[in-house]
Design a protein around this ligand. Structure first.
Ligand code: ZN
Length: 126
């Protein structure tokens, strides 16, 4: 059976979406992604560079290193929650709605780890 591109509900072979609502949500998502994908990629690159630099600094300036890692992980998590852009194979395997939800959960998990690291940073170094 063919499935709705947004919600994965079963549909006939002549359709792409189960309803207008799913089509509208899909178009909105791709508009939103087109608008913010560069910003999202930019923040990701900064965060992903900051984490290894933080790890390197951690070996001789542990407070600075941990602070840097904590804020990079937190920023990455929050960015993913605000801009939940799943990778292409996630969208094709679980359809858009679920792919967005799973991406948001990953972002929330990262944000939680970030908060934990920030708390650790406060406990150990202040
Ligand atoms: Zn649908």
């Amino acid at each position: 059976m063919k499935k709705c591109d947004y919600c994965a509900k079963e549909i006939t072979y002549f359709e792409q979406y189960c309803c207008d609502e799913c089509q509208r949500k899909t178009l909105n998502f791709y508009d939103y992604q087109a608008k913010y994908s560069k910003l999202f990629a930019g923040i990701n690159i900064v965060c992903l560079f900051a984490i290894p630099i933080g790890l390197f600094l951690f070996s001789f300036m542990s407070s600075v290193g941990l602070t840097m890692i904590a804020f990079a992980v937190e920023a990455l998590g929050l960015t993913i929650i605000i801009f939940p852009f799943p990778v292409e194979n996630m969208i094709s395997s679980m359809k858009l709605k679920k792919a967005i939800n799973v991406t948001r959960i990953i972002g929330a998990a990262l944000a939680a780890v970030g908060i934990l690291l920030i708390i650790l940073d406060f406990i150990f170094y202040i």
